[in-house]
Design a protein around this ligand. Structure first.
Ligand SMILES: Nc1ncnc2c1ncn2[C@@H]1O[C@H](COP(=O)(O)OP(=O)(O)OP(=O)(O)O)[C@@H](O)[C@H]1O
Ligand SMILES: [Mg+2]
Ligand SMILES: [Zn+2]
Length: 510
């Protein structure tokens, strides 16, 4: 008997309809074949489905089972078809009745018949809403992802047994309640709070400016000076995601399987810190069925590249497109797919291979050749996109800790209030400019309208350009950073004081 079960395929950041046709024929040679799914996924799925059904006390039919996932030309991969195929077999052998109204089934099976965490449930829910599909059956572990979409019945499935009972009408599964997005709290637990970082006032201030204006920042300093610690404290001062941003991030987190069991909407800005050995595909995205890379997982948040010069030259080169366009485009025969990738880049490095070049206490052991080679890695297209260059000198933490007169520094929560205010100013400023969310996104042509300098600031800037022979690029970058400093001070016009501070973070190798 032939049965059709509705399911979905995730392509890029969109789910699309897939029909799972299952035919169980008494006649013919017994066997189990799946077409329309990548061959590796199909082989694995067959084993799981068969074993899961047997372990759920279903007599696996000795028949010719043919499964077709349509449309055939849509690339399909992954383990989510276990559930619709199993349901199709169960319906074909008369074990269950399919729901009367169109329903999506999607989820990976365990050998014992329970449902595992499966990627992309949020996207499935978005499609259900678009298509007017009223019921979806998904693993309980990730069912909450679907619950933030209003107007669909989300049936959380624990295992095949409970689903069989539900579809037989013996014991219904209770659909989950709608989760209001306002009730989902941002659950950020940064590794460090700003108040834990002793001293380093200039670095903390620079990070505040970077967070406030969305500026890319580079931290340079000797080993142990706190570069990694400072960077890892950034999530605590970033403004919360807006509702729209939250939906964008949730899509990416759902498709990459980064929403933890029971989680729903992502409310905190992502902080991604890929290791320098991460492959280019891992960093940028790709694969035969394209999946997002680290740059997209950092969308609306931070991409932290620690030990920056250790990253491969190709990987760094490939960062250029996302940094420039805010997205990644991957071309495939089935068409090209674009993943969003608007992130704040935070990079950290030592000044030389041994780490102590320019250090006041320790001597650098590198030769000129080593230093030049190393610094060559620190030039190029990525460095051109960095707004703030920061020197992080070593502080004597022991001394700071013993100094009882030193009052505790500000907490991340306090800094975040200022950052949030500065972002609000920028949001209303760029309200009508598409693609510009914060000062760092401004094109040079925007500066005339949005970054007005006082007479003194103008004069000061001219002097600085002459004195330090600043390039045009640095000049524009300086104004953008000064704009953010002025926003933090809630000043409409950029003053010479703001420009002077911005100048402290100017390109080191200018
Ligand atoms: N300013 C500071 N306040 C408090 N603790 C600090 C400070 N700086 C460094 N530390 C301590 O030193 C440890 C090492 O710092 P961290 O790993 O951030 O250094 P780093 O600059 O990244 O060094 P490397 O170049 O070797 O990667 C931190 O985990 C922290 O415990
Ligand atoms: Mg470090
Ligand atoms: Zn050195």
């Amino acid at each position: 008997m032939l049965t059709k079960v509705n399911s979905v395929a995730n392509y890029g950041l969109k789910a699309v309809d897939v029909d799972v046709e299952v035919n169980v024929a008494e006649r013919g040679f017994p066997g189990f074949g799946i077409v329309g799914l990548s061959s590796k996924s199909a082989e694995e799925a067959k084993e799981r489905i068969k074993t899961a059904l047997i372990n759920s006390d279903v007599e696996f039919p000795t028949a010719k089972i043919t499964v077709n996932l349509a449309p055939a030309d849509l690339p399909k991969d992954g383990s989510g078809y276990d559930l619709p195929i199993a349901v199709g077999i169960l319906a074909s052998i008369g074990e269950i009745n399919l729901p009367k109204e169109k329903s999506y089934f999607y989820g990976e099976l365990s050998l014992d018949g329970s449902l595992r965490h499966t990627k992309g449930i949020f996207l499935l829910a978005v499609l259900a809403k678009e298509q007017g599909v009223k019921s979806i059956f998904v693993p309980r572990l990730c069912a909450n992802e679907a619950c933030v979409i209003e107007g669909i019945k989300v049936f959380p499935v624990d295992n095949l047994r409970s689903l069989i009972r539900h579809l037989k009408g013996d014991k219904p599964i209770e659909p989950l309640a709608f989760i209001n997005t306002d009730d989902v709290l941002g659950d950020i637990h940064p590794d460090f709070d700003f108040s834990e970082v002793l001293g380093q006032e200039m670095a903390k201030r620079a990070l505040e400016i970077a967070a406030a204006g969305g500026h890319n920042i580079f931290l340079m300093g000797p080993p142990g000076s706190g570069k990694t610690m400072l960077s890892r404290a950034i999530p605590g001062i970033l403004p919360d995601l807006t509702e729209r941003e939250s939906l964008e991030v949730t899509k990416i987190f759902s498709i990459t399987g980064n929403i933890p069991a029971g989680g729903s909407l992502v409310r905190h800005r992502p902080f991604r810190s890929p290791h320098h050995t991460t492959s280019m595909v891992g960093l940028i995205g790709g694969g035969s069925i394209p999946h997002p890379g680290e740059v997209s997982m950092a969308h609306r948040g931070v991409l932290f590249l620690d030990e920056f010069p250790e990253f491969g030259r190709n990987s760094l080169e490939a960062l250029r497109q996302p940094l420039e366009d805010g997205n990644v485009t991957i071309s495939r025969s089935a068409g090209s797919i674009s993943f969003p990738a608007q992130f704040m880049l935070v990079a950290a490095a030592n000044p030389c291979p041994c780490g102590f070049l320019g250090d006041l206490k320790k001597e650098c052991k590198c030769n000129v050749h080593q230093i030049l080679n190393y610094q060559k890695k620190l030039s190029g297209p990525i460095m051109d996109r960095i707004d703030l260059h920061l020197n992080v000198p070593a502080v004597d933490v022991n001394k700071l800790m013993l100094d009882s007169n030193k009052s505790q520094g500000e907490t991340s929560a306090t800094v975040k209030i200022r950052v949030r205010k500065a972002r609000e100013i920028q949001r209303s400023r760029f309200d009508k400019i598409s693609g510009v969310h914060c000062n760092a996104d401004m094109k040079n042509s925007h500066l005339k309208d949005f970054a007005k300098l006082s007479t003194e600031a103008n004069l000061f800037l001219k002097q600085a350009v002459n004195k330090f022979s600043l390039s045009a690029r640095t000049y524009f970058r300086l104004i953008k950073v000064a704009r953010t400093i002025a926003d933090l001070a809630e000043a409409e016009v950029i003053s010479d004081k703001h420009v002077a501070e911005a100048l402290q973070y100017r390109v080191r190798s200018e």
